[in-house]
Design a protein around this ligand. Sequence first.
Ligand code: GA4
Length: 314
Amino acid sequence: MAVLSKPTAEPKSGFSPIPVIDISDPESKHALVKACEDFGFFKVINHGVSSELVSVLEQEAVKFFSLPKSEKTQLAYPLGYGSREIGRNGDVGWVEYLLMNANLDFSSVPFPGIFRNALLEYTASVRKMACHVLEMMADGLGIKPRDTLSKLVSDSNTDSIFRVNHYPPCPLINKNTNGGKNVIGFGEHTDPQIISVLRSNNTSGLQISLTDGSWISVPSDPSSFFFNVCDSLQVLTNGRFKSVKHRVLANSRKSRVSMIYFAGPSLTQRIAPLTCLIDIEEESLYEEFTWSEYKNSADNSRLSDNRLQRFKKK
Ligand code: GA4
């Protein structure tokens, strides 16, 4: 079963409003804060993550997805393979994926050593980059100490997830048979964690929703990383940063491969607006919760649900 949606306008070629942040320049902290307020989304350049490591990981993932279905479906938790079905509550998409607990050492997975080592090295370098970005954010927001946000995700025992998505070319996208409608690869949602870091091959498909509700396509850029502000960071900043709604549309001709590191805190971590970010005469907009409570509530939700609604103060 495929999910269809209305056709959307493609961006005019050459121009994209998506903020680009050079994280090798400490002065980018101001643009970074603005990007999180205006879009909840930005592209990172000059990140220092090895392009060779990225391409080894991508090649190994592509090899995995080309295995016979019977082999892929043998993989069970903590290494989960999924196809079409997303979550446990009836969401589907034109996608197959691997979902892994990133705080394990991948030693229990039946992958070739090269794949396992690439997973280990990649998740470690992306976590380091995410911490660097969170420290720049703290600087930009004037939060002291500057590791206030990064320390939530820096430990190897924090609850982080690594996901590799493969969107095969979709033969259903044909103007003559489906009226030019889009096929949904991964339906619209926000990410529950603190921050997520995405890298894809050269096939576009990712779209983000702007504050006016319109959707814009994100031009693919395999040499950069894309960051999403997630729900828990929206709460920590008392709504100042926006948890970005995003989705992926399938492509008629090309496969898209994306890998996403979802940086989450430890299960017992309390999440509430940081007092230093609540202005005088302003109130906390959210009830405090633990990450474990929020995660459980997310697992019981549908993809497109507004998961923060339940935790908003009345
Ligand atoms: C969205 C972000 C991550 O991909 C994810 C997803 C999770 C899953 O695939 O199991 C969820 C989704 C995500 C939020 C709502 C629930 C849970 C699918 C779903 C319908 C791994 C995550 O942490 O939350």
